[in-house]
Structure formats: structure tokens, C-alpha cells
Ligand binder design. Structure first.
Ligand code: NDP
Length: 252
């Protein structure tokens, strides 16, 4: 349903979950900025989704200078109605021994999964529409149940949990301006790049067995939930962590 043309910004919008979110906004007639590091991939995704509505902006969101340049590009497009902080990646293996390697790996994971969102949000904060703006973080079920196994180790879970505590404060700060702040914490979502090379049938079967609904999540599942959180109808919903995990966090 086309409500009116709004402007959404989706970090990591060229692939996986972010791409499905961007496509959902474009389907509803909204303009969408997609941000990532790979400019060719961003241009291709924009052309494939809807070249009239999707605007590719390339930036490494861990780099403050690049975030400022991206925000300056976005400034020309008018107020931002929806910001979805979706960019992220799983655990970086330590590249050197000992505590020094551990510190490097944790810093990289915190940078990629938390600082990206902090920088982009702060760069765009003044541009968020007041009232009516929507700020949405894509966290992870790992933040709710802790990390286990190589792909949800402590650093990833901690970085995503950092989004939760930060979002509560932002909800308090921005609520009086009419901006809502919510977090979606997905469980296993198939068909994205994040588990590329790891998603063997056995891996997927383990993830599916964790759920109560007997299936993996899809990028479209996440896009549908984001679509609701971003809608004008969701104006009374703020400061919440919404688990989108087929019941996997609850357990059997
Ligand atoms: P993808 O790897 O497909 O998407 C991650 C996106 O983030 C890519 O488009 C990537 O683009 C972008 N990105 C990563 N680092 C940066 C950076 N430094 N600057 C700018 N963009 C960056 O995986 P998903 O779609 O699965 O992941 C999307 C989000 O969902 C992530 O935050 C992930 O943690 C979360 N999530 C995913 C789950 C799953 O099972 N798939 C489960 C729970 C949460 P580029 O490389 O071009 O920069």
C-alpha cells in the first residue's frame, strides 16, 4: 500500500536481509538509500530492485570520514523517515596469537556490528523526520541467548547486545520528538551472505531444529517485520527488542 513517498536508509542494503528490506520499501513506493562497501554490487542491486527509487551510496560505515561523506550525499534527498541499521558480519577469527589477537578480533566485531550503527545514526540524527521518524536496529538472537559455536561467539553477541542497551536510551531521547526506536533480533535467516560457505544441509538442519515452527527464517520475514515497525501505524511501539526467531530463543 502506498502511503506517501518516504525516504528510507538501509545499511547493508545490497545483500541478504538488507536487500529484502530495501525491496520492501521500494515496492511500497518509497525512495531507499542502500549503503555498503562494494559500489558495484550496490549499483547492481539498485538497478535490479528499482532504479527509479533505490539510491546506492558506498561507504565503509566503520570509518567516520566515509560516514560523513555518505550523510552529506543523503542530505540532498530531504528528511529521513526510516533508518535501518542492518550492516553487520559474524565473528572475525583472530589473526595473531594471545590477548592481542583477541583484542583485534573483538574490536573488529564491535566496529562492524555496533560502531557502524552508532556512526550512521549520529550522522543522520538531525535529518530524521520529527515527528514520525523510525529508527530500527537489526540485532541477533545471539544477543538474547549468548554465543555458542564459531559463528555466534561472544564478540558478535556482545556487539549486538550493545545495540539493545543503546536503543533503550535512544528511545527515551527521541520519543518526545515523535521518533520511535526498536530492535529486531532475528534467529537464523537463510539465503544471505553472512553464513556463506557454512550453510551446509547439516548446519541448516541444526538451526531449523532449534525453532518451534520447523523452518528457517527468510529475508522476507525480516522485511515484513521492518515494514510494520517503519509504518505510521507503529507509532505507539518504541524501545522494544523483538525476537524474530521461530521460537528458537524460547527453546523446546
Ligand atoms: P549479509 O552478509 O548478506 O549482509 C551484511 C551487509 O552488511 C552486507 O551488505 C555488507 O555489505 C554490509 N556491511 C558489512 N560491513 C559493513 C561496513 N563496514 N560498512 C558498510 N556496510 C557493511 O548478511 P545478512 O543479510 O544475513 O545480515 C544482515 C544483518 O542481519 C547483519 O547485521 C547480521 O548480523 C544480522 N543477522 C543475520 C542473521 C542471519 O541468520 N542471516 C541472524 C541474525 C542477525 P558490504 O560487504 O558490501 O560492505
Amino acid at each position: 500500500m502506498i502511503i506517501s513517498s518516504r525516504l528510507a536508509v538501509v545499511s547493508g542494503g545490497a545483500t541478504g536481509i538488507g536487500r529484502a528490506i530495501a525491496a520492501g520499501f521500494a515496492r511500497d513506493g518509497h525512495r531507499v538509500v542502500i549503503i555498503g562497501r562494494r559500489s558495484g554490487l550496490l549499483r547492481q542491486a539498485a538497478a535490479e530492485i528499482d532504479p527509479a527509487l533505490v539510491i546506492p551510496v558506498s561507504a565503509d560505515l566503520t570509518d567516520p570520514g566515509q560516514v560523513e561523506r555518505a550523510a552529506a550525499e543523503i542530505a540532498g534527498l530531504g528528511p529521513v523517515d526510516v533508518l535501518v541499521n542492518n550492516a553487520g558480519a559474524t565473528v572475525t577469527p583472530p589473526s595473531r596469537e594471545g590477548l592481542a589477537g583477541l583484542a583485534d578480533a573483538w574490536r573488529r566485531d564491535l566496529d562492524t556490528n555496533l560502531i557502524t550503527a552508532v556512526l550512521l545514526t549520529n550522522a543522520l540524527l538531525d535529518r530524521l523526520r520529527r515527528p514520525g521518524g523510525r529508527l530500527i536496529m537489526i540485532s541477533s538472537a545471539a544477543a538474547q541467548r549468548g554465543g555458542a559455536g564459531a559463528h555466534s561467539a561472544g564478540s558478535y553477541a556482545a556487539a549486538k547486545a550493545g545495540l539493545h542497551g543503546w536503543a533503550f536510551g535512544l528511545a527515551r531521547q527521541l520519543g518526545p520528538d515523535g521518533i520511535t526506536v526498536n530492535v529486531l533480533a532475528p534467529g537464523y535467516i537463510q539465503d544471505t551472505e553472512i553464513f556463506h560457505g557454512q550453510d551446509t544441509p547439516e548446519f541448516v538442519a541444526t538451526k531449523v531444529a532449534d525453532t518451534l515452527v520447523g523452518r528457517a527464517g527468510t529475508p522476507a520475514d525480516v522485511a515484513a517485520a521492518v515494514g510494520y515497525l517503519a509504518s505510521p501505524e507503529a507509532g505507539y511501539l518504541t524501545g522494544q527488542i523483538i525476537g524474530l526467531n521461530g521460537g528458537a530463543v524460547l527453546g523446546r
